[in-house]
Design a protein around this ligand. Structure first.
Ligand code: NAI
Length: 294
């Protein structure tokens, strides 16, 4: 039965093997999701421990979602750690989810593009860098698109499929088909600061940070949002996303709104408190669950 779930031919994207680079919050979950949906997946990271941790997290996800031992085992077999990226040349789609720095991403692309199949898609999960800045130096910019997932990946169905003026229509079409093919909801978006979702979301997050600086208790801010109907408040969401990621996106969006990123966020980052992934951000997370001050 698992074989029936193996995608690729027949779904129009021609993607069988996905290679994910960056085994952090996003890359680890993207790799797990794709493996759960029937793709063969390899996971690269300069930090071999991050790969091991991501594989362990993936195992927990498989157990929660797949239920039967056969299906769990099949998903585990489809997902392989590949810290050094030795298997990037096997992939039909490479998804980059490393640190949000233009020069680091460009250096990675310069290293991997020559090793990739000529018709493989290269996708970035960047949340704040416009694709025009990342495609510099690529030999095949037509094969380059954005696949922007949202955190937490197993919970949020949307993926922005981002195009730029040198991306081919075929790459965009394959990107959209792949997203549908792994049970997510694609949203085509142009490469502009914040794409679409963060353009809407970040004014809300920034305003929450500003309320905090004005002395409004964090818990009151989050409770107001939750009572209004949001699944979690903006402060807890920022911790979930990672304050470093929030700072990157905020730096792009804030000038558009004529405001500045509140300094308190940078102070937390400097103190090594980037949110849930560090066990502490605005809130603390002793057992993975947010502890909110009274
Ligand atoms: P993270 O800090 O959790 O993980 C990044 C991983 O990349 C680390 O394991 C690090 O060892 C690895 N890495 C860094 N440089 C590398 C290199 N040159 N080669 C191989 N591995 C390398 O970061 P996170 O939050 O997963 O973000 C990754 C990307 O996804 C960023 O571009 C971010 O803007 C984007 N993003 C993040 C979201 C979030 O909510 N955290 C949401 C959507 C996009």
């Amino acid at each position: 039965q698992e074989g029936l779930k193996a995608r690729g031919a027949g779904t129009g994207h021609g993607i069988h093997h996905v290679h994910v680079i960056g085994a952090g919050v996003m890359g680890g979950d993207i790799a797990a999701w794709a493996a759960m949906q029937g793709f063969n997946v390899t996971l690269q990271d300069q930090n071999a421990q991050a790969v091991q941790a991501a594989l362990a997290r993936a195992g927990t996800l498989f157990e929660k979602r797949l239920k039967t031992a056969d299906r769990i085992e099949a998903a585990r077999r489809r997902l392989a750690g590949d810290p050094e990226g030795a298997r990037v040349g096997e992939a039909d789609l490479v998804i980059e989810a490393i640190v949000e720095k233009v020069e680091v991403k460009r250096a990675l692309f310069a290293d991997i593009e020559p090793k990739m199949k000529p018709d493989a898609l290269l996708a970035t999960n960047t949340s704040s860098i416009v694709l025009e800045d990342l495609r510099e130096g690529l030999a095949r910019p037509q094969n380059f698109i954005g696949l922007h997932y949202f955190n937490p990946v197993p919970m949020l169905p949307l993926v922005e499929v981002v195009h730029h003026d040198q991306a081919s229509g075929e790459s965009l079409r394959r990107g959209l088909a792949f997203v549908r093919g792994h049970d997510k909801l694609p949203l085509a978006a142009a490469s502009a600061p914040g794409f679409l979702v963060n353009r809407i979301l970040f004014p809300y997050l920034l305003e929450a940070f500003r309320l905090r600086e004005e002395g409004v208790p964090l818990r009151a801010i989050d409770e107001a949002a939750v009572r209004f109907g949001m699944p979690m408040g903006p402060v807890e969401l920022a911790d979930q996303v990672g304050l470093d990621v929030c700072a990157h996106v905020g730096a792009v969006i804030a000038p558009k709104l004529g405001v500045e990123l509140p300094g308190g966020v940078e102070a937390l980052i400097a103190a090594g408190k980037r949110g849930r992934k560090d066990g502490e951000g605005f809130y603390t997370y002793p057992e993975g669950k947010a502890v909110k001050p009274p």
